[in-house]
Design a binder for this molecule. Structure first.
Ligand code: PRP
Length: 181
């Protein structure tokens, strides 16, 4: 797997340091409030685990699995819920945990859907922000790293479901894509 990596964009050390900073910031902002972290499967799993482990306060976690409609690799903006949340979020302080925000279409849809369920507050924590690709405006309350418009894998992010378990964020060698096509 490591031999397929062309370049490391964010090292394991930088990721872990930034995740700890985000955890501290979130702890400070939600002091005295119950907090429910909602992770979007599957990309947010690694981030969610490290983020919650870095927190000293009690938090509840839940997960949602979504997929864009259609065969296109680009987001369509219409999202199909594959797995909904287990619990109601009414009256709760909810923080969505995302691995990457690209066009913003997935997040916009989820935010609108969850807002209709009446949470006390609804905010977003995204590890990676690919600003150049944004098609719709979405509010990001916590951002780990702004990254350039390159296809990245690792730390939860995949290429054809593989490479999620790389401990860093990286760019793959061109031949990996050629091999797959
Ligand atoms: C990725 C990512 C976001 C979405 C971002 O999920 O986790 O949910 O795409 O793209 P957008 O801003 O253009 O909508 P993906 O569909 O690859 O699923 P995964 O989390 O299971 O890898």
């Amino acid at each position: 797997m490591y031999e397929d990596v062309a370049r490391i964009l964010i090292s394991e050390e930088d990721l872990q340091r930034r995740v700890r900073e985000l955890a501290q910031q979130i702890e400070a902002d939600y002091q005295g409030k119950d907090l429910l972290l909602v992770g979007l499967l599957k990309g947010a799993v690694h981030f969610m685990v490290d983020l919650t482990r870095a927190m000293k306060r009690p938090v509840a976690i839940d997960f949602m699995a979504v997929s864009s409609y259609g065969a296109s690799t680009e987001s369509s903006g219409i999202v199909r819920i594959l797995k909904d949340l287990d619990e109601s979020i009414e009256g709760k302080h909810v923080l969505i945990v995302e691995d990457i925000v690209d066009t913003g279409l997935t997040l916009k849809y989820i935010l609108e859907m969850l807002r209709r369920r009446g949470p006390a507050s609804l905010r977003v924590c995204a590890l990676l922000n690919k600003k150049d690709r944004r098609l719709v405006d979405v509010p990001l309350d916590y951002v780990g790293f702004d990254i350039p418009n390159e296809f990245v894998v690792g730390y939860g992010l995949d290429f054809r479901q593989v490479y999620r378990n790389l401990p860093f964020v990286a760019v793959l060698k061109p031949e990996v894509y050629q091999r797959a096509s």
